[in-house]
Ligand binder design. Sequence first.
Ligand SMILES: NC(=O)c1ccc[n+]([C@@H]2O[C@H](COP(=O)([O-])OP(=O)(O)OC[C@H]3O[C@@H](n4cnc5c(N)ncnc54)[C@H](OP(=O)(O)O)[C@@H]3O)[C@@H](O)[C@H]2O)c1
Length: 305
Amino acid sequence: MAKRSDSTLTGSARVASKAAGVTARAADAASRMVPGAYFRDRTVLIAGASSGIGRDIALTFARMGAKVALLARRRSMLDELAEAIRKEGAEALPLAADVTHRSELKEAVARTLTHFARIDVLVNSAGVALPGPVEIMPPEDVERMMSVNLMGTLHAMQLVLPAMRARGAGNIVNIASLAGRRGMPPLGGYCATKFAVVGLTEALRVELFGSGVKVSLVMPGVIDTPMARDASGAGILKNLPESIPLMPPQWVTWAVIAAVVLGLAEIDVPPGAVVMEKLAAFFPGLTDAAFALGNRVLDWLSTRG
Ligand SMILES: NC(=O)c1ccc[n+]([C@@H]2O[C@H](COP(=O)([O-])OP(=O)(O)OC[C@H]3O[C@@H](n4cnc5c(N)ncnc54)[C@H](OP(=O)(O)O)[C@@H]3O)[C@@H](O)[C@H]2O)c1
């Protein structure tokens, strides 16, 4: 039987129909409060899922009931993560792809849509950081970071948007950085890429205003992942003593979940960093001196091995 449109209903039938809709939504919301069910029937595509922040985000969404599509270049690490997620009873789809190659991303998005029928959330966590003084850094290093951090994010957003637009719903969360609000050594090139991600994201957020698709920025400080410090001594902070704690990746994951659930435009890790950032902008000379001192201390620590 054809469904009656709202305009053909009588006044009391319309009230009853609205009440039924509200009740159904309330029942759905209540059923999501069961542990492990919040993201039930939702699909999350995570670019940069093989390591660090992206890996933790993937595990957490899966534990909250989502189906997860795991994208990065290192297939073996994605397979291992997918296996761990399946053992916990959730669905995972590993997708080996390089975000700098639009054709590979296109294929990965198509496979996700075929496999899961929809993409509710895209998290762009793929990133690289190649530190060095701006004065002498190889321009190719900046190009490399731009191609992953900025262009990879742009490709992924453009490729998921048609499906999200068609449904009038979706969330895109870009992991930028506090280094995308204030330049600092030895990360000049990296900062430039993250400033670019911030600009792109803010503009897209305005373009999509009222469309039902929400775009969020998550701005972490220094997080304990291989990018910052890994066991082999690689990472931006190389020889920083283990005794100096960094923020755990879970803090970024909570920010991502909050951004999706509450539709937040921007969230800093730690929360409140935004206040420091604004204050620093008022006193650029003082901030420069503080960063110069911090950079020298880091250099000194790294020479001590
Ligand atoms: N750690 C921090 O202190 C910190 C602070 C602020 C912001 N962030 C940002 O957080 C995000 C995650 O970083 P992380 O700390 O988790 O670093 P990570 O552990 O090194 O992880 C980086 C991820 O990006 C993926 N990736 C790199 N190049 C790629 C490419 N061309 N195509 C596809 N995937 C690629 C890597 O996978 P494959 O190598 O397998 O491809 C890996 O999964 C990055 O955007 C980073 O800039 C990190």
